[in-house]
Design a protein around this ligand. Structure first.
Ligand SMILES: [Zn+2]
Length: 137
């Protein structure tokens, strides 16, 4: 087994557990098998405000993107519109560890293409999903 993968998963589990216990101290330590950590998080944050649940979901979703990219599937970033211009032309730049917008007009004041952390894409994704869920009820 690849030790880098083990470290990454351990760090991911720790992050989710730490977040869960920060927003829901009564949750107690996570003791289950690693694949249950998201269930543990959702279970213990289900009673919180939508905003805090979204924060949890954004962490979970971001980790899913990270796992996919670490496994070599960088196309996952294309499923997100650029937070700046809304186009569907994001691609993954490994060296920067960020998603870059392909739109030539979507640049900052220095003419550098906008780049986005996975965290931002995940937050936007969860916010969009949440908005859809709310308008549907
Ligand atoms: Zn853009």
């Amino acid at each position: 087994m690849n030790l880098g993968v083990v470290d990454r998963i351990r760090a991911a589990v720790y992050e989710v557990e730490h977040h869960t216990r920060t927003v829901a101290p009564e949750a107690g330590p996570f003791t289950g098998p690693v694949e249950r950590v998201y269930d543990y998080c959702r279970q213990h944050t289900a009673h919180l405000e939508a905003e805090q649940q979204n924060a949890s979901e954004a962490i979970i979703y971001r980790q899913e993107l990270e796992h996919a990219i670490a496994a070599g599937d960088t196309t996952v970033v294309r499923k997100h519109p650029c937070p700046q211009c809304g186009c569907w032309g994001l691609y993954w730049r490994e060296a920067a560890q960020r998603a870059v917008c392909v739109n030539h007009y979507c640049t900052d004041d220095n003419g550098v293409s906008h780049m986005w952390e996975l965290k931002r894409l995940a937050q936007d994704h969860v916010a969009r999903k949440s908005a859809v869920a709310h308008s549907a009820t």
